[in-house]
Ligand binder design. Structure first.
Ligand code: CDP
Length: 246
């Protein structure tokens, strides 16, 4: 391979940052945007919220009391968990989550999981275990990782950090739409209250509270389409060809 060709390939590759960290509150649009960005850049997509949800589901299904922090932590350490790209499933999923040999992708969205996930996510040992798994998953290749503490704790050196927000009303509307599309009952007030409650717990917890990293770009998606937000992100200097950068 000639040196010129090698440098062209290198140039092309350097257009895509090796890790993109996306954080933000519940239903802010971060998962939709993250998935679109990962598809566009042909990167892995890892939604870390699904891992906290899977841990919560495992506790509920194994009758481990959610208040029992040591027991929930021990359970977490024993879980066999993975997130893999969609194969042939044509049911609107963005990825598949395996938990102890079972596809639990949709079970993770159950109201009981919504109710308890923020309590489980506040446990230090649970976070330590899942963050370790997330970092080793990030070694699989270029990655778009979505969560609450990706830019601050999981991948603090990520070259691109985004913090996606939207008004609570709009977030509740989006969650209602998602649920309706899946044929589930919706109660606007209850959904809004759950979102506000989870945000409060997530941002006030002692370990890795939800907050933007100092070098994160904050993007408000209220009233904007995912495509418009994606265009704004792709116009960032980090996504321009290396030779075009100052
Ligand atoms: O999809 P939604 O925005 O409702 O939530 P999620 O991203 O699936 O995350 C569910 C919960 O997991 C959050 O409310 C947090 O309590 C927790 N979480 C976390 O603590 N750290 C992360 N990196 C991701 C999620």
């Amino acid at each position: 391979m000639s040196d010129e060709f090698k440098s062209k390939i290198q140039n092309l590759k350097s257009k895509i940052p090796n890790a993109i960290a996306i954080d933000g509150p519940a239903a802010s649009g971060k998962t939709t945007i993250g998935r679109m960005l990962a598809d566009y850049l042909n990167c892995l997509f890892l939604d870390t919220g699904s891992m906290y949800r899977a841990t919560t589901l495992a506790a509920l299904q194994n009758s481990v009391p959610i208040d029992d922090e040591p027991a929930v932590t021990t359970l977490t350490e024993q879980l066999d968990m993975d997130i893999i790209p969609v194969q042939n499933e044509n049911d609107g999923r963005l990825y598949t989550v395996w938990l102890n040999g079972r596809d639990v992708t949709w079970e993770l969205r159950a109201p009981a999981v919504d109710r308890h996930v923020s309590q489980v996510s506040a446990y230090k040992g649970v976070r330590q275990n899942l963050v370790q798994r997330q970092r080793s998953m990030a070694q699989r290749g270029r990655v778009v990782m979505v969560g609450r503490d990706i830019g601050t704790v999981v991948l603090p050196d990520a070259p691109v950090k985004l913090y996606i927000v939207a008004s609570a009303e709009e977030r509740a509307r989006r969650r209602m739409l998602e649920r309706r599309q899946r044929g589930l009952d919706v109660d606007h007030d209850q959904i809004l209250a759950d979102i506000i409650r989870r945000d409060r717990i997530d941002s006030s917890r002692e370990h890795s509270p939800m907050r933007p990293a100092a070098d994160a770009l904050i993007i408000d998606t209220t009233g904007r389409s995912p495509e418009a937000v994606l265009r704004e992100i792709l116009a960032l200097p980090a996504f321009q060809p290396a030779q075009a950068r100052p």
